[in-house]
Write a protein that binds this ligand. Structure first.
Ligand code: P6P
Length: 355
């Protein structure tokens, strides 16, 4: 039997239907042209993030060969064992942002305090909050992981060469952009600037992120739920009722739902974004405030989820409206398809209404 002819598949993106792919840089410049007063600084900042992602991807793909698998032996500010790739990713993103000159302050999961870049010029007007490598304990077993980033402006009146550390503590509604990189079976960069969500797939043969998923939207319902069921007996009753409801046999409402949880938030989120579903990390005995961090995990993904037509709350309130107190604060998180998140909230509130 002759092999399938994939030449046509290579010439156009099934999602966009266009014959030619558009690079991330071309797309950013096009988007920049929509803002006549833009100086190009934001475009250069996104380029810097894309560069760091390509370097992390390169090292990630051969982690076991170049000695970057496994842990550093250190414990990070989160009290978690730091993986070698965590430290490498943190270093690469800080380096790219420092050299790029558009960022004046970085908040990173891998560093206790926000990092002022003290650029000699006063060009750096952006603040970047970062989970350099989420789910990194999966690297040793070749399970996909991700980077999450959130971008704010430095508020007016602050000195760009010496920004105060608390300038990073802005509510999620103030984000000018948010995105993630998923290092999976292929490597994708997905981001929003508030005008919808667009996905770019890395072509390693040319080292470019190419537009493959224009104007991504998420189904308002799905059949996938992502949660660590091992903590079931520590969940509040309303959540247990919701999980029990999801697993009842009722084909008319697409139940039982399927559970998919791979211990890598970015990967679970990305799958649910495309196929429909809900990711939940509630308060547990071990993490009474939830495990996910507000500033560089929940907020950026909430921005993306809402821009794609989804929803993100802490079970009661909209994630983006939460007022941050500290850089590494945690929050319970219910995020994904709008109707699924609403139903989870109804169960948590003790209302078993059909929403
Ligand atoms: P648990 C990875 O450490 C992470 O922050 C998310 O990527 C992932 O969804 C979650 O924690 C896994 O946590 O407690 O289920 O092992």
């Amino acid at each position: 039997m002759s092999p399938p002819d994939l030449s046509a598949a290579r010439s156009s993106s099934p999602e966009s239907g266009e014959d030619d792919f558009k690079t991330l840089e071309q797309f950013i410049i096009e988007q920049q042209d929509r803002f006549p007063h833009s100086t190009g600084a934001f475009s250069r900042l996104l380029r810097d993030i894309g560069l760091a992602a390509k370097i992390v991807n390169r090292d990630m793909r051969q982690a076991g060969l170049i000695g970057v698998a496994g842990s550093t032996g250190a414990v990070n500010v989160q009290g978690e064992v730091q993986q070698k790739m965590d430290a490498l990713a943190h270093r690469e993103f800080v380096r790219a942002l420092r050299l790029g000159g558009e960022c004046c302050l970085i908040g990173s999961e891998e560093h206790a305090e926000a990092i002022p870049l003290n650029t000699s010029t006063d060009e750096g007007q952006y603040i970047v909050l970062l989970d350099p490598l989420d789910g990194s304990s999966n690297i040793d077993v070749c399970v996909s992981v991700g980077t999450i980033f959130s971008i704010y402006r430095l508020p007016d009146g602050y000195d760009r060469t010496e920004p105060p550390l608390d300038a990073a503590l802005q509510p999620g509604t103030q984000q000018v952009a948010a995105g993630y990189v998923v290092y999976g079976s292929s490597t994708m960069l997905v981001y929003t600037t508030g005008n919808g969500v667009n996905g770019f797939t890395l072509d390693p043969t040319i080292g470019e992120f190419l537009l493959s998923h224009p104007q991504l939207t998420t189904p308002e319902r799905g059949r996938i739920f992502s949660i660590n069921a091992g903590y079931y007996h520590s969940f509040e009753d309303g959540l247990c009722n919701y999980l029990d409801w999801l697993q009842e046999h009722d084909p008319e409402t697409g139940r039982p739902a399927k559970t998919r949880y791979i211990g890598s938030f970015v990967s679970d989120f990305h799958r649910n974004l495309l196929k429909g579903g809900i990711y939940m990390y509630p308060a547990t005995q071990g993490n009474p405030e939830g495990k996910l961090r507000l500033m560089y995990e929940a907020n950026p993904m909430a921005f993306i989820a809402e821009q794609a037509g989804g929803r993100a709350t802490d079970g009661q309130m909209r994630i983006l409206k939460k007022t941050p107190d500290t850089l590494h604060q945690r929050t319970p998180l219910f995020i994904g398809s709008e109707q699924m998140v609403r139903r989870a909230e109804a169960f948590l509130a003790g209302e078993h209404s059909v929403v």
